[in-house]
Design a protein around this ligand. Structure first.
Ligand SMILES: [Zn+2]
Length: 454
């Protein structure tokens, strides 16, 4: 579906994008002139402000997957892209794909992009920052009249956040063939609306979802620029990080069975307290993860339930969940092994039963070494000393990595705050990110003729 900005082709009728055809050129020229008068920082800020004028609430940003807000922000994105002379289309999964042709026809694209949807009470930079960076990249190439061999694509992926349907990176999963039409029925939002229905309402029926799949041959490489959502860059005083991989979670449910008993009449030496044993295990998990620090593996207990949960009853059962993330599979396994060993000890010493259920065991995604090296070289060219980090969070890049060489660049997040209205990344930090991205894309896309416009 090619977006025709002169027609209301969008299913959400409240949406209208007005770019008049006459005087079309004049208006576009005015836009380009205005953008050229600005510096890179102001341009990025202008784009971000335009995105964040949609879905602003008293409690942060809210542009959930396949809602009117997401469609509206995609329309704003399309408008920026059209003004930068890109060919814009929306695919059958709702991803917006803006293309700048290269000299070689039919050549695979060098793609960049991120997402414009948010979580509930989200921030202004998660995803949106990367898309704004992509527009700035295109603006710079246009301004310098750079011609590339390979085409360049700027993609705004649909439905990256799992907040609405409990399923993350929906658009990039569809694009890479990892989401089938029948899968869209099982995911429902809190109002019971299925992903299938929501996509259908937004204009993307599941019957055509398969057409969003792109072949490996469509892409030469993909690079996503994203905010770090952690505080390593800030802690180390650096400006750019290159992700080495995406640390997929291994999740366990641990159940500790003791015996519920009267808290007043049961002497300390005969108790089978499930909570005190579970607490020891939680500390053991922390210690085991600490031992794996050099592999950057992390482990978290974020869910903890005590039964029966009464003031006057010794806890008879505790259930808790462990989330272990890292790029090194054996490092993750060592944590599990250490905790199981400790639990056998507890079973003997404290007379409790400990059982483990593996909820999820995903394979970490290692990002392309060559792209990492290319990004590192691009950093050096703009005098930036990059950090190499695993990404603890999932990104569209992990799906794209299944079909083409993929890179992931991080810029700093203030105090590591993310998925929160206080999320912040300075516009100048995005400028640095675009400086690196520009070098990398020029190399990947074969920018041979660079004529300065003067
Ligand atoms: Zn994101």
């Amino acid at each position: 579906m090619i977006i025709d900005l002169d027609k209301k082709t969008h299913p959400f009728m409240s949406l209208s994008i007005k770019i008049s055809t006459s005087p079309f050129g004049t208006m576009k020229e005015r836009y380009i002139k205005r953008m050229r008068q600005m510096d890179s920082k102001s341009r990025i800020q202008t784009t971000l402000d335009a995105f964040n004028s949609i879905g602003a609430t008293t409690d942060g940003m809210q542009r959930l997957a396949y809602t009117e807000e997401e469609s509206r922000v995609h329309a704003v994105f399309s408008e920026f892209c059209v003004k930068e002379n890109l060919q814009v289309r929306t695919d059958e999964a709702g991803n917006v794909i803006a293309r700048r042709e290269g000299r070689m026809k039919e050549a695979p694209a060098v793609a960049v992009g991120s997402h414009l949807d948010t979580v509930y009470s989200g921030g202004k930079y998660d995803g949106a920052g990367g898309v704004a960076a992509g527009i700035e990249l295109i603006h710079r190439l246009n301004e310098k009249k750079v011609m590339t061999d390979y085409p360049i694509e700027l993609i705004a992926f649909a439905g990256e956040e799992s907040s609405r349907f409990g399923l993350a990176t929906i658009g990039s999963k569809a694009m890479t063939g990892l989401l089938k039409a029948q899968d869209t029925k099982q995911f429902k939002d809190k109002d019971g609306i299925s992903l299938e229905t929501a996509m259908n309402t937004a204009g993307f029926p599941s019957s055509t979802l398969g057409q969003a799949v792109r072949e490996k041959s469509a892409f030469h490489a993909f690079i996503e620029l994203h905010i770090e959502q952690g505080r390593e860059l800030e802690r180390k005083g650096r400006k750019v990080a290159i992700a080495t991989g995406i640390a997929a979670p291994t999740r366990l449910k641990v159940t500790v069975e003791g015996e519920a008993a009267h808290s007043g009449t049961t002497p300390m030496d005969i108790r089978r307290d499930a909570l005190t044993s579970a607490s020891r295990l939680v500390l053991d998990i922390e210690e085991a993860a600490d031992q794996e620090k050099k592999y950057q593996t992390v482990a978290t207990v974020g869910v903890f339930h005590v039964f029966p949960g009464a003031m006057n009853t010794i806890p008879g059962r505790v259930e808790f969940n462990v989330d272990i993330r890292g790029l090194d599979v054996s490092s993750k396994q060592r944590i599990i092994k250490a905790v199981k060993k400790k639990s056998r000890q507890l079973q003997t010493e404290k007379d409790v039963e400990v059982s483990f259920d593996l909820l999820r065991d995903e394979q970490p995604i290692l990002l392309d070494e060559n792209v990492q090296q290319l990004l590192a070289a691009s950093c050096r060219e703009v005098s930036v000393d990059p950090l190499f980090l695993p990404s603890g969070a999932g990104h569209d890049a992990m799906n794209m990595a299944s079909i083409c060489p993929t890179g992931l660049l991080f810029v700093p997040s203030y105090k590591g705050i993310s998925h929160n209205p206080d999320e912040y990344t300075a516009a100048e930090d995005f400028v640095t990110g675009v400086d690196v991205l520009e070098q990398a894309v020029m190399k990947l896309a074969g920018a041979k003729e660079v004529k300065m416009s003067g």
